[in-house]
Design a protein around this ligand. Structure first.
Ligand SMILES: Nc1ncnc2c1ncn2[C@@H]1O[C@H](COP(=O)(O)OP(=O)(O)OP(=O)(O)O)[C@@H](O)[C@H]1O
Length: 253
């Protein structure tokens, strides 16, 4: 799914949250969204998910205005893992992941082998198969996060939106999640605080005070001047032994 964000502005009461954001994301791209706390990342993600209506501008998903897309179609095509998603329902892990298949079900299309396979594959992608029968509320924060991601994968979307998905994850699961997301054959937008994880995206966009101030290949965008100006940190770019660009942070400015 390709995404065209056209002159998008969002506001709460009189407070602007996003101002005149325009952005094109290619089909199949891994796009990283970065910016300091409160810069508007989650707000933009919610607009991309169709959960927040912009006050101005629009989001075009393939050739359809997201505001006009029927909710069920949107639920089949777009999966969103929010930052602090939670549930109070008494669910097992498997039942939570099965929710990802809900948009596909109807009286004419009941639960079938495809749905079961999608759930099992999703559980195993995030290494949660052994937890399938555990109750949701007994899981740790990182385990819950992995189940949310499994639910989104079970949805088999064309666009996957992940808002800071590596929060709560230990370093091994951070790296395996990023590797999993990198290899998925679909459009992915991922809000990240770890700028070295952002360096592994195809392109990044930088939000600052609700405006998109830069977008492009990570090594071009996340340079020392921008990191000082936007994030308020002293950083140096370097090359890791495997040839990948790395950022080294020394202190807050
Ligand atoms: N309902 C609301 N009412 C008032 N202000 C809001 C509301 N929702 C968001 N904001 C403000 O809008 C700004 C952008 O919030 P948003 O959650 O999009 O930022 P973010 O970049 O995701 O931040 P973080 O990195 O801290 O998660 C913040 O200053 C936030 O306090």
């Amino acid at each position: 799914m390709k995404i065209d964000v056209q002159a998008l502005s969002a506001r709460v009461h009189r407070t602007p949250l996003l101002t005149d954001v325009s952005l094109h994301i290619e089909s199949g791209e891994l796009f990283g969204l970065v910016g300091p706390n409160g810069s508007g990342k989650s707000t933009l993600m919610r607009c991309l998910a169709g959960l927040r209506r912009p006050i101005l501008g629009r989001v075009i998903a393939d050739d359809t205005d997201l505001g006009q897309m029927p909710a069920r179609l949107r639920a089949c095509r777009i999966a969103f893992v929010e930052q602090q998603a939670d549930t109070t329902d008494r669910l097992t892990v498997r039942e939570a992941v099965e929710l990802g298949r809900t948009p596909y079900l109807s009286p004419l299309r009941r639960w079938g082998a495809d749905d079961q396979a999608a759930v099992e594959n999703a559980l195993s992608s995030v290494e949660m198969d052994a937890f399938a029968d555990r109750l949701w509320h007994t899981l740790s924060g990182g385990e819950r996060q992995r189940v949310h991601i499994a639910r989104a994968l079970a949805q088999a979307p064309d666009l996957l939106l992940l808002d800071e998905p590596t929060n709560h994850l230990d370093i091994r699961h951070q790296l395996s999640l990023m590797a999993l997301v990198r290899d998925l054959p679909l459009t992915r937008v991922i809000a990240l605080h770890d700028l070295n994880q952002a360096m592994t995206c195809d392109r990044v966009g930088v939000l600052h005070k609700g405006r998109l101030i830069a977008a492009g290949p990570p090594a071009n965008v996340l340079h020392e001047d921008l990191l000082a100006r936007v994030f308020g940190v002293a950083a140096k770019s370097a090359t890791a032994p495997d040839g990948a660009p790395r950022l080294h942070f020394s202190h807050a400015l």
